[in-house]
Design a protein around this ligand. Structure first.
Ligand SMILES: [Zn+2]
Ligand SMILES: [Zn+2]
Length: 560
């Protein structure tokens, strides 16, 4: 995440500007802004997830302060598709923005549910738009172009205004057989290229991968072969709940292997419901419930489970611990990971895989068998897209700086005259022959902590991390009238010493606290802060000497 940069809003009303506040220094928490005619249009408002280095942090949101201050000029939010890194921040940040939201039907279903969970659905103007729709928001004319991805209804946006025409790709791939939904609208892409495109703002996730991402349909036979191999055993497979196409693929492969399919995990059922509501998955056999799964012979069932990223509360984690209420796996059974490891989650996934293997359950990943295709374009697909669109300017987004630089190089190889690498907070002027970063605005990140938004730089998280690595000590000292100790101090140690060691450590600490307080002069003994600091130093000295740790130390000074 980029540091705060100096605000420098030196732009004209009719400058066409692209400004990402999130998603251009990382893969995740996308928040993109376009400026023209003094108005701002927002594209996507997503989250990213905390990892092992961020104790207690589940989700991370981009700081919208820049646009919050200008919300009266914010004409709307258009959402490209329903992944969390594109819609996840809406329920928490919309109250700061209060603009209309535009989304296609499936995505709108997911957004509506989030708003309802947060209790703000009634306040939000959520406008459902058709696939391939044309509509106008303020000075911007928008056209949707259907692409393919790993969730239904991924859309590229064509944004036309007085400053020119931009193609904002959203997340995409070229999948000739996506299993559900339409194929990519190549005709519309070619027509757009012929019309002339000023700039393409595009997905960089897989720019480091050669070749093509592969087709969802190629998995059906491959999975069926794998299912048949385990013909006497129970088969569990885990993937992202939002990968509705994958649910259809698994269903087809299971049918070919003579098995029913059950869904295990709440988010899978929610996503199945949303899919049915919007006309997807209606032509495959109904999924079996977790409860009924137990009545089906082990060789007649495939279990689709939540938890492909090692999430500790998801179904797969509980199954691995043999702590799931309905589902039991045994020696010889198999768990298939039909997903990629999102960077940062490797350790969590590895822990679950180890537990399974140690119980004699086989683990199959994309390293052993063809069980997954990515939803993002590899290099050949990117080249193909540049051949259709032929933009004057390329702005790579949806990546770490390494991805963005590699994507910019690829765009130049594809004869794109100008490529500008953004960062979160960079204002990029979209103007032929003069595309460049013209200023930086402040950015940052929040997390949801105990139901409230808290800046990620907050000292709270620093303290929490310190406690995690160094433990914590809490001391209460009671002083009598002249500031001498009135009895032994009460000392509590957390995360520092084993139970058997605590008594001795406490005694040493108490002795040093007595010494420290008695060594203070009369005036200092009368001052709570000075007493507290002396006690704190004494305790930290003991723990440092005995355990080499610098614990977070809290001292309460009371007087009788
Ligand atoms: Zn994304
Ligand atoms: Zn996506």
């Amino acid at each position: 995440m980029s540091a705060k940069k100096k605000a420098d809003l030196n732009i004209d009303e009719d400058d066409f500007i692209f400004l990402p506040l999130g998603g251009s220094d990382e893969i995740g928490m996308n928040l993109n802004l376009y400026h023209y005619g003094g108005k701002w249009l927002m594209v996507d408002l997503g989250i990213s997830f905390g990892d092992d280095t961020m104790p207690g942090i589940d989700i991370i949101l981009p700081d919208p302060e820049f646009i919050e201050q200008r919300r009266h000029d914010l004409v709307g939010l258009v959402v490209t598709h329903g992944h969390e890194d594109h819609i996840g921040a809406i329920p928490y940040l919309w109250p700061k923005l209060r603009c209309p939201i535009y989304a296609t039907p499936f995505t709108a279903t997911l957004v509506r549910r989030k708003l309802a969970d947060e209790g703000i659905l009634e306040q939000v103007e959520l406008i459902e738009i058709d696939l391939s729709a044309n509509f106008v928001i303020g000075p911007f004319e928008i056209e949707l172009i259907t692409l393919t991805h790993s969730i239904p209804e991924p859309n590229a946006l064509v944004i036309r205004c007085g400053g020119g025409t931009v193609m904002h790709s959203g997340d995409w791939k070229f999948d000739p057989e996506p299993v559900i939904g339409e194929v990519s609208d190549i005709k519309a892409l070619r027509a757009l290229g012929d019309e002339g495109v000023l700039a393409m703002i595009g997905d960089s996730t897989n720019v480091l991968d050669p070749g093509r991402s592969g087709s969802e349909a190629s998995l059906t036979d491959s999975l069926a072969v794998l299912f048949r191999k385990y013909d006497k055993h129970r088969i569990a497979i885990t993937c992202f709940a939002s990968n509705v196409g994958r649910l259809a693929t698994i269903s087809a492969a299971a049918k070919a292997a003579g098995r029913n399919v059950a869904l295990v995990g709440r988010s899978l059922w929610k996503m199945y419901e949303a899919a049915l509501q919007n006309g997807y998955l209606r032509d495959i056999p109904e999924f079996v419930s977790e409860k009924d799964a137990g009545f089906i012979p082990r060789d007649k069932l495939v279990l689709i489970c939540t938890g492909s990223q090692g999430e500790p509360r998801a179904a797969l984690a509980r199954i691995a611990d043999n702590a799931h209420q309905e589902i039991v796996l045994e020696r010889g059974d198999v768990v298939i990971f039909s997903s990629r490891e999102i960077p940062g989650n490797e350790a969590a996934i590895g822990r679950i895989q180890s537990k399974l293997v140690s119980r004699g359950i086989e683990v199959v990943t994309e390293r052993e068998h063809h069980v997954h295709v990515s939803g993002h374009p590899a290099r050949e697909e990117l080249v193909e897209m540049y051949q259709y669109i032929r933009p004057k300017i390329a702005v790579p987004v949806h990546g770490t700086p390494r991805h963005l630089e590699a994507h910019a190089r690829l765009a130049r190889q594809c004869q794109v005259p100008e490529a500008v690498v953004p960062g979160n907070g960079s204002m990029i002027r979209l103007k032929e022959g003069a595309a460049e970063i013209v200023g930086w605005v402040p950015t940052g990140a929040f997390t949801m902590d105990g139901g409230r938004l808290r800046p990620l730089e907050s000292s709270v998280f620093g303290d929490r991390k310190k406690m995690l690595f160094n433990g914590a000590v809490s001391v209460t000292v009671l002083l009598e009238g002249k500031g001498h100790l009135h009895g032994d101090p009460v000392v509590t140690f957390n995360g520092i010493a084993d139970e058997g060691e605590i008594a001795a450590l406490s005694e040493t600490a108490k002795d040093l606290i007595w010494e420290a307080v008695e060594a203070l002069g009369k005036k200092a003994r009368g001052n709570d802060d000075e007493v507290g600091e002396a006690v704190r130093r004494a305790v930290r000295r003991v723990v440092k000497a005995e355990y080499g740790k610098r614990p977070v130390t809290t001292v309460h000074v009371l007087r009788v």
